[in-house]
Design a protein around this ligand. Structure first.
Ligand code: LIP
Length: 264
């Protein structure tokens, strides 16, 4: 992939943060057996990685704003561009020593997601996309899967757990999808779920209650891979609602119908 200057900036920031994150992940794996557990350590690792990403991106585009998982919103002078960053998406996996998490860097222009990089430093898989430029996994162009029928589809989801989301609503939605799909997955990292839809590994994905930094980069990946990423209930701004549904045209429509059926 001949990355544009913009995507190159994002890739460099992700790779730089990844070096510290990978070291810290090794430490977290050791901390599993300690009484206190690795939670405090992980919070520090998260902040440290976010600082690295922020510094790299600011150096390259000093006028642009930020929406950061840890530090929150930082207004930019330019007023149009906002970096939307999750330094460790899949924190629960990270804390538990599960090697499925990612650095997610998205960019919005006037509120619209226009570029995204999602990097899993453990597998060294780097997903990148920019509006109009296609989606890539490392050097390879990726496309959403071509399956036409949800009966043949593997669908991923996010599950609400203690203190999160609407459990009853989720169970109703799951019951609908469960009855139709050929397989279900819950891997715990929204940005990678979307990246894997873009790469055709998953046919579809839905989750409610996510934050912009969980999905901004992944939305661009799915769309640039020829897929659809939209609000479950048809709202215009999926970044704002955080209720996302993704897949190719046919599977996303069928998944949308299942989720609608769960409401009645
Ligand atoms: C997480 C997501 C995950 C979702 C969690 C959470 P975090 O992001 O990526 O898939 O199910 O609710 O939002 O908190 O690890 O950055």
């Amino acid at each position: 992939m001949a990355a544009s200057p913009l995507v190159t900036v994002m890739i460099n920031a992700a790779r730089k943060a990844a070096r510290a994150i990978t070291r810290d992940f090794g430490e977290v794996v050791n901390l599993q057996v300690s009484q206190k557990g690795p939670a405090d350590f992980v919070t520090r690792a998260d902040r440290k990685a976010e600082d690295v990403v922020r510094e790299e991106l600011s150096k390259a585009r000093p006028q642009w704003g930020f929406l950061l998982e840890e530090a929150g919103e930082i207004k930019g002078k330019d007023g149009q561009h906002v970096w939307v960053v999750d330094p460790i998406d899949g924190t629960t996996n990270f804390i538990h020593g599960i090697p499925h998490f990612a650095i997610s860097i998205g960019l919005t222009r006037n509120g619209e997601p226009v570029a995204g990089v999602v990097y899993n430093p453990i597998t060294d898989e780097l997903f990148a996309a920019e509006r109009g430029g296609g989606a890539y996994l490392n050097d390879r162009r990726i496309r959403v899967a071509a399956r036409r029928d949800i009966h043949d589809a593997v669908i991923a989801c996010g599950m609400p757990h203690r203190g999160r989301g609407d459990h009853v609503e989720f169970r109703a939605e799951l019951a609908q999808v469960q009855a139709k799909a050929s397989g279900l997955r819950r891997a715990g990292t929204a940005s990678l779920d979307l990246a894997w839809v873009a790469a055709g590994r998953l046919d579809g994905y839905w989750e409610r209650g996510l934050k912009p930094w969980d999905i901004c980069a992944g939305i661009v990946l799915v769309r640039e891979a020829g897929g659809f990423a939209r609000d479950i209930d048809g709202a215009a701004d999926v970044l704002a609602t955080g209720n996302i549904l993704a897949g190719n045209e046919l599977i996303s429509a069928q998944l949308g119908d299942c989720l609608k059926a769960a409401k009645v």
